[in-house]
Design a protein around this ligand. Sequence first.
Ligand code: FEO
Length: 397
Amino acid sequence: MKNIELATGIFYVGVDDHRTDLFENHMQLPHGVSYNSYLLVDEKVVLIDPVEIGFVGQYLSNIRYILKARPVDILVVNHAEPDHSGSVAILQEEPPDMQIVGNAKTFAPLEAFYGPLANKHVVADGDVLSIGVHQLQFFTAPMVHWPESMVTFEQTTGILFSNDAFGGFGTLNGAAFDDQHDIAFYEDDMRRYFANIVGKVAVPTVKALQKLSGLSINMIAPSHGLIWRSQPEWVIGKYSQWAQHQSEEGVVIVFGSMYGNTARMADVIARGVADAGIREIRMYDVARTETSFILSDIWKYRGVVLGACAHYGDMFPNMSSLIHGLSSFKPQNKVFGLFGGMSWSGGGLSTLKKYAEELKWNVVAENVEVKGAPARDEDIEQLYQLGLAIGREVKTR
Ligand code: FEO
């Protein structure tokens, strides 16, 4: 079998995960995920970022296929989260004198997960480690995605081993490079990954991008998803756009409905949005679509309309997960509209309004609350006007 070689002596040795249903045990993976790892064979043998523990057998086999009996001298840990660091302790068993490279914040979480580690080597921001021909330079990237996150830049080839940054969901399916795939297939999964993992730390991401802007980056090798050999500027552009909350013309309508009445309200609103000239309209039943997909589209589009029926004086329960996501990740530059279905004393709309105030949402249209079914002309007109107002507002921005 031919090795996947990024440059002379630099190999991909990661694994595809086709079996995990839920990433971080809460986000669906319809197209799987890859845990990317890189092997540099030089005077020293270096591994950059190991993989999730469940794949350690396959991972060791990938490494041995290239190295045969030669040992690994250095393991670089860019990030301590277990989807990468899971196999650190096992790697250290063989060989026992392998050095582990991390920054000042790496080893506390690593040892909290895996117990005491030997042969730790702490690097500072900008330090260079020579491994022979190749020169590894380390840059801290705090909060992209955890406090200890860093990236590693190989100076002679211009390859940036970026860890979570520039990553995405989706397995590699035998071909690791961007020019071997239809990128459009990966874009949605990349944005969903960004919106639900890196999006919360958009400001540190922008700072990290600025910090790296002086480097001559020829290739981006993240720890999930495609390796950007031909179009690194494409993924840098996308990440910059998402991190700066630049949204597109479109409206996401999300409803929580017990007996279909709030869903009917959403349909009327959609008519108004469409009549305002919006072509990108995404509608979600919050009980049927997992939050990460909805949050991803909210990140993409400018307009957001949320509606919930009442449930014991509160809102439809499944809406809470989405509100948690909005509260935590705080997508910016949005225009909101709210609506609710009322049973006896309401609770759907009033709860949404409470969150709108707390989270300082820009609610641009008159909120609408309907008792029972949206069958009265005045209810239908109000809902339609709400849709029109949101659509027009989205178009003017
Ligand atoms: Fe892919 Fe934050 O770990």
